[in-house]
Ligand binder design. Structure first.
Ligand SMILES: [Cu+2]
Length: 148
């Protein structure tokens, strides 16, 4: 009988511990994304919001074109508290832009632009990378997002 009680106690401790750990992970993840950056996915046919940056993936780099015509490769420069729409496409094969600290992941598909709206809430240097295997030098498709 007491062995059964012990098993029940262990079972209850396990259930409570798992719920506590998962709750902590969910809350800390949500607040991390909330306090760091803010990203909203936009359907490609909706109007872009804020400053438009054309993002082109190609084998094997990313090009970011700003409204004044400046193009940077492998570095995305943004201002804090400014709204941007990234219009993401590809010159060749399918790529996938991933900016983990912005909660952004979007395919770059030739002839089919995807839009993501972001508003950096914090200054700093973050990373981006391609997360769709796109050929021999796929691993070179990474760089930094600099928020000033
Ligand atoms: Cu790629």
């Amino acid at each position: 009988m007491s062995q059964l009680k012990n098993k029940l106690l262990v079972e209850i401790i396990w259930i409570v511990a798992v719920i506590a750990i998962l709750s902590w992970a969910a809350v800390s993840n949500a607040s991390y994304l909330e306090t760091n950056q803010n990203a909203i996915s936009n359907p490609a046919n909706s109007d872009p919001v804020g400053i438009v940056i054309n993002v082109t993936g190609y084998q094997w780099a990313w090009a970011f074109e700003y409204p004044n015509g400046t193009i940077t490769t492998d570095k995305l420069v943004l201002e804090v508290n400014q709204t941007y729409t990234l219009v993401i496409t590809s010159k060749d094969v399918i790529h996938d832009l991933y900016i983990p600290q912005f909660g952004v992941q979007s395919y770059a598909v030739p002839g089919h632009p995807n839009q993501v709206t972001i508003e950096p809430k914090k200054t700093g240097t973050f990373i981006f990378e391609c997360v769709e295997y796109c050929g021999e030098y796929h691993y070179e498709m990474r760089g930094t997002v600099v928020v000033t």
